[in-house]
Design a protein around this ligand. Structure first.
Ligand SMILES: [Zn+2]
Length: 222
């Protein structure tokens, strides 16, 4: 938390996660900016992704406040961002496969970040009239090393054997989308997609709340 946020928390009870101003979990201008941002369709190393926010500024701060600082009340704006992307990819019923967490992440954060946001996003889309069902179809194989601080090629290599398809999943009767919180090189999404394809499940979209490290400027989905 920044000093300004600490001060706002002290004086006003709460600081906006997006801009550190006091008085609300997420202030009006930040809500508006985040709800009207995107969705974008960045192409990352040849992979077409749909993302709600660029991974910078208030979007990045809100995501980090949820992930790293435990501000769990932010799940709704994050879920709305994900649900908006899901609705852009398809207006049909969807099966939503969240990127599985590393055991270390769960131990550190006490929550499956992507899974929790995906479940909430599905509930929101469901209530809006588009059936959406989360299915935890992927699991991590062993303890893959964290990617932070590694080079792009090293990340791509590390991700190739990272996932396993859970055979106890039920039938996939609707189009499938794969969701994650942030895409950087696309290596993790690519590896998870390959794992699903090998199991005969072809995702119609790869969706993230935020996108960074894009080859080109984000553009609106066509
Ligand atoms: Zn704000």
């Amino acid at each position: 938390m920044t000093l300004r946020a600490e001060l706002a928390d002290l004086v006003l009870g709460r600081a906006c996660a997006g801009c550190d101003r006091g008085g609300a979990l997420l202030c009006g201008p930040c809500w508006t900016a985040l709800l009207t941002s995107g969705p974008y369709a960045p192409r990352i190393s040849g992979l077409q992704v749909v993302s709600a926010w660029p991974y910078l500024g208030r979007g990045r701060r809100v995501l980090l406040a949820f992930k790293e600082r435990g501000t769990r009340d932010l799940i709704n704006p994050l879920a709305i961002a994900l649900a908006r992307c899901m609705a852009v990819v398809s207006d049909h019923p969807l099966i939503v496969i969240p990127m599985p967490p590393r055991k270390q992440s769960i131990a550190e954060r006490g929550i499956d970040v992507v899974g929790a946001i995906a479940v909430r996003a599905c509930q929101m889309l469901d209530r809006a009239g588009q059936p959406a069902r989360p299915v935890a179809a992927l699991e991590r194989v062993g303890q893959a090393p964290r990617q932070v601080g590694r080079g792009r090629q090293e990340r791509l290599n590390l991700s190739s054997t990272e996932f396993r398809f859970r055979t106890d999943c039920d039938n996939f009767s609707a189009p499938v989308v794969l969701v994650d919180d942030v895409v950087t090189t696309g290596a993790t999404l690519r590896a998870a997609t390959a794992c699903l394809r090998a199991a005969g499940v072809v995702p119609v979209g790869q969706i993230t709340i935020a996108a960074t490290g894009t080859d080109e400027r984000p553009r609106q989905p066509g």
